[in-house]
Design a protein around this ligand. Structure first.
Ligand SMILES: [Zn+2]
Length: 475
């Protein structure tokens, strides 16, 4: 068939023939298409996502057991066995496995919790999904209940197809990602390690598609900056605010923080970031595009760094280790000089060296002040393989559907649960084929989080294609 494999009319028409565009999974995929038709009618993605948005999993406190009950109900209806692990009262995780062949298994990983939403700043109730101007509005529709439902529908379709899988597929929905994942993925790894047995690949949140000037670009997230969080404290003689001494806990701390702030970490272009900027630059005209394509030269110009910092702070953050001074604590009373002053500092290091090396650099910047430095948390750095079988399969599948699309590998300035699975040696990718226009993701963690309905429906179908192609064919 020599028809352009891009989207046209209705979802059902596309579904029938996006599968025809899939090679080499042609025959199995077509067979699967007809078997899935009944499941599609029963579980409409928008209806299911709307129902899921109404499941209260706002973290804190989380209450992710509500999401576990939601998924358990549908898994039971489909006759699929599942396991639940309760990490704390009201905090639960759920997973289910479809057994397949000898190839390394694929895990579809999602977090079920969402960040709080302040109703006063929303035009609709955040936990009641509503349709407005072609968008579905509700907390979590992007981060990440939308992708969660796409994963679930792909998993159900595979289960109901009863076609032989070349590898195991695990559906896993976990708690607490928004607060660090310690009651979620981290807990499951430590307490139910068998859930990860035989898993070679994880698909999680992180990367997605973008639509800019008609061009489709799919970004697969392969690594992220590594959080290294510190608590700094200084001690000094307490006393009355009316007669300051030459030094005090607060002034010692402030002096050290100023030293830290005045010494930004040097610019450093690591290969994964260089590749990401090249991918971005290919879609940008003019000087900025040229600068992104030749980052090694551009970073030598102070004006480039300054403009990047002002206009694209998240991209600037990929060029150096950074620290944000976020919490300060001194006296409880205005006229009391406290015996101790504390600050918490959120540092993020590039993922190309051990955290210990960064900690050493950090301490050097405190200028030798009498500061106690406590390491609150540090993840280990890891970068997933940009040429793995899963990456090649995603590129092939979506490349057939969208022949003019480009693929890039992104580096996240924030972190997701993928660092936990990368630590296990599992190739983990942040990816969803959802195509966003500029600015559409601004509701994530903010107000009026909204997803474009028609493009979301396509993304659900495409997610299914991606998973099927990887699981049904021997690659
Ligand atoms: Zn998320």
């Amino acid at each position: 068939m020599n028809r352009d494999c891009s989207y046209g009319d209705s979802i059902m028409i596309q579904r029938a023939w996006y599968l025809l565009c899939l090679t080499p999974a042609l025959s199995v995929a077509v067979a699967l298409s007809s078997q899935m038709a009944s499941a599609d009618k029963a579980l409409d993605p928008i209806a299911l996502l709307s129902e899921y948005v109404a499941v209260d999993t706002v973290n804190p406190p989380g209450n992710e057991a509500n999401a576990v009950a939601f998924y358990a109900r549908y898994l039971e209806a489909a006759g699929i066995d599942y396991e639940v692990g309760e990490s704390a009262p009201g905090r639960s995780n759920i997973w289910a496995r479809l057994e397949g062949g000898e190839q390394p298994g694929l895990m579809l990983l999602q977090h079920t919790d969402v960040v709080p939403a302040d109703e006063r700043f929303w035009t609709t109730p955040p936990l009641e999904a509503q349709v407005e101007a072609g968008y579905l509005i509700g907390r979590g529709v992007i981060d990440m209940k939308g992708t969660g439902i796409a994963q679930f529908l792909a998993f159900l379709a595979l289960a109901q197809s009863e076609l032989p899988l070349q590898r195991d597929v695990v559906f896993m929905a976990t708690a607490d990602e928004e607060a660090g994942g310690f009651y979620g993925v981290d807990w499951v790894i430590k307490n139910r390690p068998s859930a990860f047995e035989g898993i070679g690949f994880v698909l999680n949140e992180g990367g997605s598609g973008s639509l800019r000037a008609g061009e489709k670009v799919f970004a697969i997230e392969v690594t992220q900056k590594v959080p290294v969080w510190f608590r700094l404290s200084a001690e000094g003689m307490p006393g009355h605010g009316s007669y300051p001494r030459p030094t005090a806990a607060v002034t010692t701390l402030i002096t050290a923080l100023v030293d830290l702030n005045n010494q930004p970490f040097p610019i450093r272009v690591i290969p994964a970031v260089d590749r990401y900027f090249k991918g971005l630059g290919a879609g940008i005209d003019g000087q900025e595009g040229q600068d992104f394509m030749d980052l090694a030269s551009a970073v030598k110009r102070p004006d480039f760094i300054q403009e990047l910092h002002e206009n694209h702070p998240a991209l600037h953050a990929l060029l150096r280790d950074t620290c944000s001074i976020t919490m300060l604590k001194g006296s409880e009373k205005i006229n009391v000089v406290p015996p101790i002053a504390e600050a918490e500092v959120d540092c993020r290091m590039l993922p190309d060296r051990p955290a210990e090396a960064f900690v050493k650099d950090f301490k050097e910047r405190l200028g030798g002040a009498q500061i106690d430095v406590e390491l609150i948390m540090a993840f280990s750095p890891a970068i997933s393989d940009a040429e793995s079988a899963l990456v090649r399969s995603i590129e092939r599948t979506l490349g057939n559907l969208y022949p003019s699309a480009r693929f890039t590998f992104s580096v996240a300035s924030g972190f997701t649960d993928s660092h936990f699975t990368r630590d296990l040696g599992i190739e983990s990718y942040g990816f969803s084929p959802m195509l966003y226009r500029d600015g559409e993701a601004s509701g994530v963690h903010g107000n009026n989080e909204a997803i474009h309905i028609e493009r979301y429906q396509k993304a659900v179908a495409d997610y299914q294609s991606v998973v099927e192609a990887f699981v049904l064919t021997d690659q």
